[in-house]
Design a protein. Structure first.
Length: 215
């Protein structure tokens, strides 16, 4: 079976059954005939949604690093902390491993996610994709489970609740910007279906190659 013929097959994540999936209309999904699990879903207007949510997430992430995240006041002393300062403080405390981990999960990895998914959406819309686009899509699929931005945000919320009885805590603009960033990042990732995007990319690559061969 050649590579083009295999493009229509997908392995169920629940029971490992290999199934053939035809092209789906927008808003429809394919169900595994063995376990009834969802194999793939064709989201409505997915590329535009990924692009809009991704770009909005980038803007929110930028604002979350420009302003104060929280303002803490105790016994007349105030301290304002930004997202980047949290990493800097950890380095000053010689917690280098934790500082690097924090910088990756709250800045580097989320930035990579929103940047790549936005770039992929634009590339597919402009029909300027290549086999490397599929590689990037696979990287996103493998690393998306390591994205802990929302876990970090929930941890901050829990910490604020615990210390609120001892200090006066006020949230800044960056706090709300980072909260919105998590919302838009999750919205963008929700509209990504690896199987559907891979099929679209391969189809565009084949059509571009046939166009070049025709000339």
């Amino acid at each position: 079976m050649n590579e083009q013929a295999l493009d229509g097959y997908i392995i169920c994540r629940e029971c490992d059954l290999l199934s053939s999936v035809a092209e789906l209309p927008e808003g429809h999904k394919a169900i595994c005939p063995r376990c009834s699990g969802v194999l793939t879903r064709s989201h409505k207007n997915s590329l535009n949604r990924i692009l809009v949510f991704g770009i909005t997430a980038v803007i929110c992430l930028l604002f979350s690093n420009l302003f104060d995240y929280v303002n803490m006041s105790v016994q007349g002393q105030e301290r304002e902390v930004s997202l980047l300062e949290t990493v800097q403080i950890l380095f000053e405390l010689k917690e280098r491993a934790l500082a690097v981990f924090m910088s990756v999960i709250i800045i580097a990895l989320p930035t990579f996610f929103v940047g790549v998914i936005s770039w992929l959406a634009i590339s597919i819309k402009l029909r300027r994709v290549s086999p490397r686009s599929i590689m990037l899509l696979r990287i996103i699929a493998h690393l998306r489970f390591w994205n802990m931005a929302e876990i970090f945000f929930l941890g901050i919320l829990i910490s604020m609740v615990k210390v609120s009885s001892m200090v006066d805590v006020q949230v800044g603009v960056s706090f709300w910007a980072y909260a919105l960033f998590n919302v838009f990042l999750i919205a963008a990732l929700t509209n990504i279906d690896k199987f559907q995007l891979t099929r679209a990319i391969k189809q565009i690559v084949r059509e571009n190659q046939e166009s070049l061969d025709g000339h």
